[in-house]
Each structure stands twice: as structure tokens, then as C-alpha cells.
Design a protein around this ligand. Sequence first.
Ligand code: SAM
Length: 238
Amino acid sequence: MRFDVITLFPQVFEGYLAASIPRIAQEKGLVEILLHDLREYAEDARGTVDDRPFGGGPGMVLMCGPVFKAVEDICADKPGGELLMLSPQGERFDQRLACELAGRERLVLLAGHYEGFDERIRSGLQPHEISIGDYVLSGGELAAMVVMDAVIRLVEGVLGTGESVKEESFSGGLLEYPHYTRPRDFRGMKVPEILLSGDHGRVAEWRAAEALRRTRQRRRDLLGKDRQKEPEGEPDNK
Ligand code: SAM
């Protein structure tokens, strides 16, 4: 899978790309990530990419010329793929959308800054606008990394075992069950006996029940209408 990221701040991505799952995915050759500096597509020698808004008001607006040129140039060598614009006004990003995007061969991500994009970039390029939540970030770089990270770990072969993705929160419509590791007793807080029993069937049942209990307590909105009426059950610390 290939990602092309158009940004004013390519350096922001360096630490993220050099660590953990994104680094492993690139080293395995499963994912290719190319960073493109929007200033290189400026139409003047000074590298201008933004200008004051018509009608007045604060801030600067990203201009059509450099963004159209960047998208057209980058897509020319390898057409297809989906253009994603990071925007607080976009479709809310979630695990379902991450799964959908993980099925694409190529994603082109457009990170904004300042007041955002000239409206004609939306109407002319018709990107899929994506928001990572109802708050306003200074730029689309963090949002692009959130989207890439959630998508990359779903690309086949990236994680050691496909099972860990299947059982994670949201994948099966529920939050995931709780995890424990050594020691068995930490300051009097004990690991549930069932996890030490070696009985895989009972462990699986316990985990399924815990996932449901946790979802009822924390995110009833994830449950179907019928299940939302069921009682919450014991709180976490019981
Ligand atoms: N003036 C815009 C508004 O009120 O809708 C906000 C612009 S914001 C300061 C600058 C850039 O950050 C946006 O163009 C977008 O790329 C990115 N951004 C900010 N919040 C975001 C969010 N919640 N999700 C995705 N991208 C976001």
C-alpha cells in the first residue's frame, strides 16, 4: 500500500515513521510512505502557498494553485487511489473507515494549515474529507498520522498475527476485554484465576463476557438497540 502525504511540514512525520509499526511495515515492504513538501509546488520563487482571505478576517488560506499542482503531479505517475483531505469538517474517522481505507492500494493525504483550504480545492478536487474528532488542530499533520497509523496496522501482514486485530476494540463491534501480565499479584491486586487456569475454552468465554460487560459500561452506543436495554453489570473494579 502506498501513502503520499502533502504537507507544509514533512519533518513532523520523521519520528513517527522511524518507529514501531510504521517502521516495521515499511521495512517489510508492505507499506510505502512518500512525503511531499507543498512549498515545492508553489508558483513563485518565494514558495508562497497561502494568502489573506477575501472578505477580510484573521489568518491565511491555502491557495488553489500549489495544492492542485501537487495533487496533479503526484497522481500523474500512478493514477488511481483516493484523495483524503484532513479537515475538522469531514466525515468522522473510526475503525470502520480505517478498515475500508486499508483495502485501497493508494491513499493521497492532504494536510492543511492556518485557516485551512480555499473552498475551490474541495469543489475542484472533490477529496474525501476526514475529521479525527470534534476539535480544531493547528494543522492536518497529526490527523494524517492518526489516519495512517490506524490504516497501516490493518494492512495484511503488518502485525504478527491477524488475530490481534480481530479481537481489538471496535473490530467486533465491542471494546476489548482487559489484559494482565506478570506478576500474578501486584500490591495485592490479583490476576483473575481463570486466566491462570490453562483452560482455553473458559478463558475465551471469560474474555467474551468481559468485552460485553465493558462495552455496556463504557460505550452502550456501540451495542445494538436490543442489547442497550440489558443491565450494565458489575463495574470494573469489582
Ligand atoms: N478554519 C478551519 C475550521 O474552522 O474549520 C480550521 C483550520 S485548522 C486550524 C488547520 C488544518 O488543520 C485544517 O485545514 C486541517 O487540515 C487540520 N485539522 C484541524 N482539525 C482537524 C481535525 N479535527 N481533523 C482533521 N484535520 C484537522
